[in-house]
Each structure stands twice: as structure tokens, then as C-alpha cells.
Design a protein around this ligand. Structure first.
Ligand SMILES: Nc1nc2c(c(=O)[nH]1)N[C@H]1C(S)=C(S)[C@@H](COP(=O)(O)OP(=O)(O)OC[C@H]3O[C@@H](n4cnc5c(=O)[nH]c(N)nc54)[C@H](O)[C@@H]3O)O[C@H]1N2
Ligand SMILES: Nc1nc2c(c(=O)[nH]1)N[C@H]1C(S)=C(S)[C@@H](COP(=O)(O)OP(=O)(O)OC[C@H]3O[C@@H](n4cnc5c(=O)[nH]c(N)nc54)[C@H](O)[C@@H]3O)O[C@H]1N2
Ligand SMILES: [Mo]
Length: 572
């Protein structure tokens, strides 16, 4: 919408904001560093809104919690937009000057009255109205979102519906006002910036653009294919069609993190050649033909990482890697030497030499040599020259009074509310959403060995009302069944859940293999799976004394009937 793939604002701006909205983000647990900045704002009097189906630990700090039904974010955003328009709270000057397609958008949200919005989302009309008015009237407002928005079959449309709100209020391109999609890991932003995106070259340069490609072709002395590569989820689809037969996995554990892992494992197991480059012998590595032991980039190598506020920071080697482990950079260079048969072209280089090569090719990084990164404690992109720093926020151009410097208009998007793919039916009446807890990390590879009184292990979190209907007690094992499989897990009663909503993590797959039950419906626009919305039923399990002793037997999931070998219909 704005022409750049990064959050628009800085953490310091969150501290200065009057209103902060965490939408589908449990930052208290998943982005605790950012949440400190949010809390500083709250202590200074900022209003915090949390939009999340669960009353999370983030919501505990909020002035208002909007507990919507899973997958109704577009309905909520449309209702907020209509309320802003009807209450005369939109920023007409900004809309006229810097945006396009407002009329079509206004017509599309017109049916979304507060009453209809309340019915479709489950949020009280008064809460919707309060958020709309506070956001529109704020001088400085931050709208932050994460997976509660993006991990849906319509995640891109969800994001567009939030951008619409920022455009209505003019909350972008000014200090204190902006849009922050908080990044998952310490260097998700950096990975994309370096070109680890199917259709981009480093610095978000366009793979399809002859001029952009020519720059890299000149540097490397060989042609670069203009056709984009595949996203993670489309790789699995291509594996299903038999079109992708070899896979190189570096720093990912898809045998436990993919949605519908029964299917994912089957496909990984059928590959002609699987290479895994990791710190640990993961479940994915167990399926591999070749395992390359890697050093941990964050403490056993030098380099940079780029965080959610686009700040490039140095990381430094503190430890020698164990055994035969080598840095990812060393391994990749070594593979290049052997693939090309031309070691002279592929000298082993320091991380600084690699960084300087990037700076020569990516204008937005050009002004950030290591010395400057170290002197300033990190620099935000874009940084075009070595004697400048750009503003801490993006898209200030939209406010330029001079049309020639204002650049392209940001378009409003007409989006349509759709329910999740995995339908709720009498057979599968409970909405299961999955996500994170503070004490563990993703598939548990890096946090699994942690023993702490805070570590809960996997649970199926149920509302008090559902636990009562099912006649299950806290700690009792239940079977959670979806259209794809089943797992057994202990119940944890959570008063932050409304009836009909359940929550699990995916942090303990060796104990409870949660992704056997999640759906692999993906958003065709982003390739992201709908991890946030599965339909399940919860059954009591009667464990006999022997079964209880043999816990592993009880945890074996049922045979599933829904294993799709092949999306094109070919049999295995
Ligand atoms: N401690 C810890 N921190 C982490 C991680 C970790 O594993 N552990 N992982 C890192 C990674 S890779 C990522 S991507 C980030 C993710 O960070 P977050 O996105 O904040 O984490 P999640 O818990 O997956 O999901 C956030 C919230 O979305 C809500 N949600 C579910 N469905 C919906 C919906 O339909 N609408 C709305 N509005 N909300 C919904 C959930 O209830 C949940 O509270 O965390 C990072 N930080
Ligand atoms: N049910 C459910 N499933 C989900 C999600 C959800 O919310 N619910 N969230 C999804 C999301 S947002 C994400 S990001 C994925 C995460 O899924 P994965 O990325 O597959 O999970 P991780 O456990 O983070 O695995 C990262 C691997 O990288 C290795 N590693 C760490 N540092 C280095 C390094 O420097 N070099 C190398 N070579 N390897 C390294 C670790 O040892 C680990 O094995 O899970 C997805 N799956
Ligand atoms: Mo993530």
C-alpha cells in the first residue's frame, strides 16, 4: 500500500503515543521488549486497546479489551471505519491529499453499523465505538498487529482492513503515528531485507525489473532468473505435485511447525534429497539425507540483525561453535565452491566483507558501514549515505504540501469479511486457536530442555463454561479431535477464554503434536497458513491404569482419515 515492506514506526514513537492498539498481538508474551515501550506509554497516560479473542496477559494492561470471535477482524475494522465516517472523525485533509479510492471504500463499509458489527464480531457496540473515537481523535496513535491478523486464509485482507483505518485517521507518516507489524524473530525483518523473499532482490529491489536485476548480474557476472521462487507453503504444494524433489532447510523445523504436519512429514519423507542445516538434530533433521551442523548466528558468529523498527544492529561472536559446527556463512560459501567448481570466485569472507557487498548493491543500506553501526548503536533503514540519518518513521512524504514530492497516493482497499475455512459444526463445535507463551519458543527446539516452575508444558485451554459442560477438571487429559487428526493433552481452565474458544501452543510437539490437528488452508496472497482457526471437538478420555503408566501410548494420535497425499490427486 505504501511501497515498502516494513513497519512504519519506531519503538520510541510508541512511548510518545496517546493511543496504542495491539490487534491480534500478545506482545506481553511474544514481544516483551516492545511491550516495555508500550508500558512506558501507558504509565504516561496513553490508552491501550487490545483486540484479541482471548483476554491475554497483554489485555490485562488494556483500558479496553475487545474480545472478538476468531476470524471476524474485517467485520470489526469495517464497523470502526463506518463509525469514524458517520461521527465525522476522519481526517478529510489527509484523505483528499494522500489517498485514493475513498468513495468505493465508504460505500463498502456503509452496511457495517455498530449493531451489525456487534452481532458479527461478538464485541459490544460500546467498545467498538470507544475504540473508533479514541483512535480517530488521538494526536498520535500506533496500530500494531501480528499473527492474530496474518495467520488466516485472508490474512492479507485483514492487514488491508487495518491500513484502511490508519488512512481514514491520517495516522501514518507522522512522528508518533504509524503501523507496526511486529516481526516474529530477532531477524525476520533482516531476512526479508536481504532478499529471502521469492520475488525480491536485497533491499526490496524487484526481481522482475530488468534494471534492478542488471545491477546484480553485473556484480556476479552471470544471469539471474526473473521468475520468482516459491514460498514455504507453495514448496510443500509443489512437493505434493511431485515437482519439487529436493529441499535445503536452514534454520527451520517444518516437520513440527507446518500446519497439518502429518501431511508435511509424509512429503518430507518422500523427497529424493533433504539437507538440513541446524544447531540441533531436529525432527526435520532426522528425516534428512545430509545434516550440516551450524553455529548459532546470534552468539557464535559476527553479523547484523534488523528488528521490527527497521533498526540494523551488530551481533558479535561470544563463543566458539561446538564440534564440527561451522557458521551458516562458511557452509553456504563451501557449497557454492563445490557447486561451481570454481573456488577462486568464492573466497571465505568475513561478515563485514559480506555486509559491504550488500551496501554496494542495496541503496537503503548504503550509509551503514560497521563502524557507523557500532558508533551509533544501530541504524534504521533507509540510510542512503554515510553522513545522513533518515527520520525514524516512514512515508512522511504523504504529508508533503508539495504534490511533486508527495509521491504515489496510498489506496483504500475494499475487503470482504469471510469466516475461517475450517467450519464450526455440531461435530466440531469448538474454535481452536494456537499461539505462544512467554516461557517457550516455537517448536521448542531451543527452549524444550528448559526446566522451570513457569514452564507449563502443553495444555488445552478451555473456558470455565466449556469445561463444565464437558465435565472435565483442570489437569485432566482430554482428546482434541479435528478433521485432520487428534491429540491428547491436559486441560487448563482459563477464565480469559469465552465459551466455544480453546487455545493451545505448538511449543511441545514431542509431548503433544498440536500441528496434527491444525488446518493447512493458506492465504493465496501471502502463502501463510490459517494457524489461528481450526475447528475441534474435545472428548473425555478414560485412561486405564496401564495406559496411564504408558503415557506415550496414550499420546499416540489416532490414525487420521484426512491425509491428503497430493493436492493434484496423485496417489502416493
Ligand atoms: N515467548 C515467545 N515469544 C515469541 C515466540 C515464541 O515462540 N515464544 N515466537 C516469535 C514468533 S516466530 C512470532 S511470529 C511472534 C508472534 O507473536 P504473536 O502474534 O503475538 O503470538 P501468537 O500467540 O501466535 O498470536 C497472538 C494472538 O493472536 C490471537 N488471535 C487468534 N486468532 C485471532 C483472530 O482471529 N483475531 C485477532 N484479532 N486475534 C487473534 C491469539 O489469541 C493470540 O493471543 O512471537 C515471537 N515471539
Ligand atoms: N500451531 C501453530 N504452528 C505454527 C505457528 C502457530 O502460531 N501455531 N506459528 C508459525 C510461525 S509464525 C513460525 S515463525 C514457525 C516457526 O517454525 P520453525 O522456524 O520451524 O520453528 P523453530 O522452533 O523456531 O525452529 C527454528 C530452527 O532454527 C534453528 N536455528 C536457530 N538459530 C540458527 C542459526 O543461527 N543457524 C541455523 N542454521 N539454524 C538455527 C533452531 O535450532 C531450530 O531448529 O511456526 C509456525 N507454526
Ligand atoms: Mo513467526
Amino acid at each position: 500500500m505504501f511501497g515498502a515492506g516494513g513497519g512504519t514506526s519506531s519503538y520510541a514513537e510508541a512511548e510518545a503515543a496517546d493511543v496504542i492498539i495491539l490487534w491480534g498481538s500478545n506482545a506481553r508474551e511474544a514481544h516483551p521488549i516492545f511491550f516495555h515501550h508500550v508500558l512506558k506509554a501507558v504509565h504516561k497516560g496513553a490508552k491501550l486497546f487490545v483486540v484479541d479473542p482471548r483476554r491475554t496477559s497483554s489485555a490485562a494492561w488494556a483500558d479496553r479489551w475487545l474480545g472478538l470471535d476468531v476470524g471476524t477482524d474485517i467485520a470489526l475494522a469495517q464497523t470502526i471505519a463506518r463509525e469514524m465516517i458517520h461521527a465525522g472523525l476522519v481526517n478529510e485533509e489527509f484523505i483528499a491529499m494522500a489517498t485514493s479510492d475513498f468513495d468505493a471504500f465508504r460505500d463498502a463499509v456503509e452496511p457495517w453499523t455498530l449493531d451489525r458489527g456487534a452481532i458479527e464480531t461478538g464485541v459490544a457496540a460500546e467498545d467498538i465505538r470507544a475504540l473508533a473515537h479514541a483512535y480517530a481523535k488521538a494526536d498520535k496513535a500506533q496500530l500494531c498487529w501480528t499473527l492474530g491478523i496474518t495467520e488466516h486464509h485472508n490474512g492479507v485482507d485483514n492487514v488491508l482492513s487495518l491500513i484502511n483505518l490508519a488512512l481514514l485517521a491520517g495516522h501514518v507518516g507522522r512522528f508518533g503515528s504509524g503501523l507496526s507489524p511486529l516481526r516474529g524473530q530477532n531477524n525476520v525483518q533482516g531476512g526479508g531485507d536481504m532478499g529471502a523473499i521469492p520475488n525480491r532482490l536485497p533491499g526490496f529491489q524487484d526481481l522482475a525489473d530488468d534494471g534492478d536485476r542488471a545491477k546484480f548480474e553485473k556484480r556476479y557476472g552471470r544471469a539471474i532468473q526473473p521468475t520468482p521462487g516459491l514460498h514455504l507453503t507453495s514448496m510443500f504444494e509443489a512437493m505434493g505435485r511431485g515437482e519439487l524433489t529436493a529441499l535445503f532447510v536452514a534454520g527451520e523445523n517444518p516437520a513440527q511447525s507446518e500446519a497439518d504436519v502429518t501431511q508435511a512429514r509424509l512429503l518430507l519423507g518422500r523427497l529424493d534429497h533433504l539437507v538440513v542445516q541446524d544447531l540441533f538434530l531436529t525432527r526435520t533433521a532426522e528425516l534428512a539425507h545430509v545434516v550440516l551442523p551450524a553455529a548459532a548466528a546470534w552468539c557464535e558468529d559476527d553479523g547484523t540483525v534488523t528488528n521490527s523498527e527497521r533498526r540494523v544492529q551488530r551481533v558479535r561472536k561470544a563463543l566458539d561453535p561446538p564440534g564440527q559446527a561451522q557458521t551458516d556463512r562458511w557452509i553456504i560459501t563451501e557449497i557454492a565452491r563445490r557447486l561451481t567448481g570454481d573456488p577462486s570466485q568464492w573466497a571465505h569472507r568475513s561478515s563485514e566483507e559480506v555486509w559491504d557487498e550488500l551496501r554496494a548493491l542495496s541503496p537503503m543500506h548504503a550509509g551503514m558501514p560497521y563502524a557507523r553501526l557500532e558508533a551509533l548503536g544501530g541504524i534504521q533503514w533507509p540510510c542512503f549515505t554515510e553522513d545522513t540519518l533518515e527520520p525514524p518513521y516512514l512515508h512522511g512524504r504523504l504529508w508533503s504540501t508539495e504534490p511533486s514530492t508527495r509521491g504515489p497516493r496510498a489506496p483504500f482497499s475494499v475487503v470482504v469479511h469471510e469466516l475461517p475455512v475450517d467450519e464450526l459444526t455440531p461435530e466440531f463445535p469448538i474454535r481452536l486457536t494456537t499461539g505462544r507463551r512467554l516461557d517457550s519458543y516455537n517448536t521448542g527446539v531451543q527452549s524444550g530442555a528448559l526446566t522451570s516452575p513457569l514452564r507449563l508444558g502443553e495444555t488445552i485451554d478451555l473456558s470455565p463454561a466449556d469445561a463444565q459442560t464437558l465435565e472435565v477438571a483442570d489437569g485432566e487429559s482430554v482428546r482434541v479431535v479435528s478433521r485432520r487428526g487428534a491429540v491428547v493433552a491436559p486441560v487448563r481452565i482459563d477464565t480469559g477464554l469465552r465459551p466455544g474458544l480453546a487455545f493451545m501452543t505448538f511449543h511441545f510437539p514431542d509431548e503433544v503434536d498440536v500441528n496434527r490437528i491444525t488446518i493447512d488452508a493458506v492465504d493465496p496472497k501471502s502463502g501463510t497458513a490459517e494457524f489461528k482457526a481450526s475447528a475441534v471437538r474435545v472428548e473425555r478420555v478414560e485412561l486405564g491404569a496401564t495406559a496411564r503408566a504408558d503415557k506415550t501410548a496414550a499420546l499416540q494420535p489416532e490414525q487420521t482419515s484426512a491425509v491428503r497425499i497430493d493436492k493434484a490427486g496423485k496417489a502416493a
